[in-house]
Design a binder for this molecule. Structure first.
Ligand code: AMP
Ligand code: ZN
Length: 490
């Protein structure tokens, strides 16, 4: 019996799906303006574990994850580099999908891009407006009228009784606690990318994307909506307001949120120098399986404190599991069977099951599998693990790995791919002793610098910035001096 903590009810509840035997779910995907960090991947690994666990529980999966390929940061970064929105975002989208593969995450049944659902978003906003739930401002933007949705606040348990009617929020770049009418659609600012639609030119707000893509594929109501804890408010609260005020039906029955990952006890930030992407860790020589294992090791409802000691421990744990599997597959054991080993295999399976049934308690499941590792090794050392016990023990490990996915050793291939990437962007550290190779020759670098000087003379700053970024991506550092531009390789 699968039980999950539902943020909406504030309780652990039994999962009953709308259609028997199948689960329809939506998880908020990445905003692809940069490489994903390990905090993001804590949430994505949690979603992957849930997928695998629900499948093991006999449910057919129908899972949508969006890729937010348009937002303020993407538009700004793309413009700075003289690129189109999609052209800019696709690089990070591909990197994200590659990170998913490297960390052993399954692709959801549907991956949807915001930029592919713009007309549907405009339609949705037109319908909200026709019902008086949204309004257009003078500049052509649209806002949701939260005073029209009395249940506003039911997910985040915030009280909006005293809210000022018509007060607006103009930013949608992760506004955190503005209890105000929020933007559904933003009219274009000069020089910004926009779409021409039935409600006028502009681009969608962040929240409307998820409401629309979820409804297009999963329908008005579905089973589970997932994301990191920072999404409870305002993102998911706003999704509920938009969808439920339009359809009059509950959007999702379960709302699950993954607690944040901290690094060495602190919030991860570039400023503190404790900001890591999976790619950074791979280039430092850590294994993909250890990263995945560490991210799964703490139940999703508890804060996970990432430390390098923890990562080392995780690598050691993966090694112990693989060593036992190898021993069972390749070792020689006396003929016969030991009933204690059959008991051990079956007790491990039921303990894992009970742990995961209890709101995906991965710590209990891991505890059970390590009891098996210890006891099977002790029995084998004493000659008490017999030939006929082997298949049962391997089956228990297999059951574990259907969810945790760390037993098969893909680490070498992932590390090689990460090193290739590190080389291509000039990010290899000297300790890795791989000689850094610029993808550009000296002559090519000089030619790009001349081109950049000319662009600057013509005041084409978009072009000159794009050239500077191209050089930076190839590991070339420019110094503007009074005698002209000097350059060196990183
Ligand atoms: P973003 O790409 O910023 O929209 O985030 C993608 C996902 O990562 C969202 O579900 C966020 O809630 C989640 N997330 C962001 N930071 C962290 C963190 N430090 N720990 C866990 N999840 C996070
Ligand atoms: Zn979302």
């Amino acid at each position: 019996m699968v039980r999950l903590y539902n943020t909406l009810s504030g309780k652990v509840e039994e999962l009953q799906t709308l259609s028997p035997g199948a689960v329809r779910m939506y998880s908020c995907g990445p905003t692809v303006y940069d490489y994903g960090h390990i905090g993001n991947f804590r949430t994505f690994v949690f979603v992957d574990l849930l997928r695998r666990f629900l499948r093991q529980s006999g449910l057919k999966l129908d899972h949508v994850m969006n890729i937010t390929d348009v937002d303020d940061k993407i538009i700004r970064n793309a413009a700075e580099r003289g690129l189109g929105v999609r052209e800019y975002a696709v690089k990070y989208e591909e990197a994200f999908l590659e990170d998913m593969r490297w960390l052993g995450l399954e692709q959801p049944e549907h991956l949807t891009r915001a930029t592919e659902y713009i007309p549907q978003m405009a339609r949705f906003i037109a319908q909200l407006t026709a019902k008086g739930l949204a309004y257009k401002t003078e500049d052509g933007s649209y806002y949701f009228r939260i005073a029209k949705f009395p249940e506003y606040g039911k997910l985040s348990k915030k009280d909006f009784a005293g809210i000022e009617v018509g007060a607006r929020v103009d930013v949608d770049e992760y506004e955190k606690d503005n209890a105000r009418d929020f933007a559904l659609w933003k009219s274009p600012k000069p020089g910004e990318a926009f779409w021409e639609t039935e409600i006028g030119p502009g681009r969608p707000g962040w929240h409307i994307e998820c409401s629309v893509m979820a409804r297009e594929i999963l329908g008005d109501s579905f089973d589970i909506h997932l994301g990191g804890e920072d999404l409870v408010f305002p993102h998911h609260e706003n999704e509920i307001a938009q969808t439920e005020s339009l359809t009059g039906k509950p959007m999702a029955r379960f709302w699950l949120h993954c607690r944040f990952l901290l690094v060495e006890g602190e919030k991860m930030s570039k400023k503190l120098g404790n900001f890591y992407t999976p790619r950074d860790l791979l280039l430092m020589g850590h294994k993909a399986s250890a990263i995945r294992y560490l991210l799964t090791s703490v139940p999703y409802t508890k804060q996970l404190n990432f430390t390098f000691d923890g990562l080392k421990q995780a690598a050691h744990s993966v090694e112990r599991l693989r060593t036992l599997k190898n021993r069972l597959e390749k070792g020689k054991f006396p003929a016969g069977s030991n009933p204690k080993m059959a008991e051990l295999a079956s007790a491990t399976k039921s303990k894992m099951r009970a742990g995961l049934d209890d709101d995906l308690n991965t710590a209990v499941a891991l505890g059970a599998v390590f009891d098996l590792v210890r006891e099977a090794n002790t029995a084998a050392d004493a000659g008490e693990l017999k030939k006929d016990d082997v298949p049962g023990l391997i089956a228990a490990l297999h059951r574990f790995d259907e969810i945790f996915n760390v037993l098969e050793d893909r680490d070498g291939a992932v590390t090689r791919a990460a090193l290739e990437w590190g080389k291509s962007v000039g990010r290899l550290t000297p300790e890795q002793s791989a000689p850094w190779e610029s993808s550009l020759s000296d002559a090519q670098i000089e030619a790009l610098i001349t081109e950049r000087n000319e662009a600057k003379k013509l005041r084409d700053y978009a072009r000159s910035d794009a050239l500077r970024h191209q050089l930076a991506d190839a590991g070339v550092i420019l110094e503007d001096t009074k005698d002209g531009v000097r350059w060196k390789r990183k």
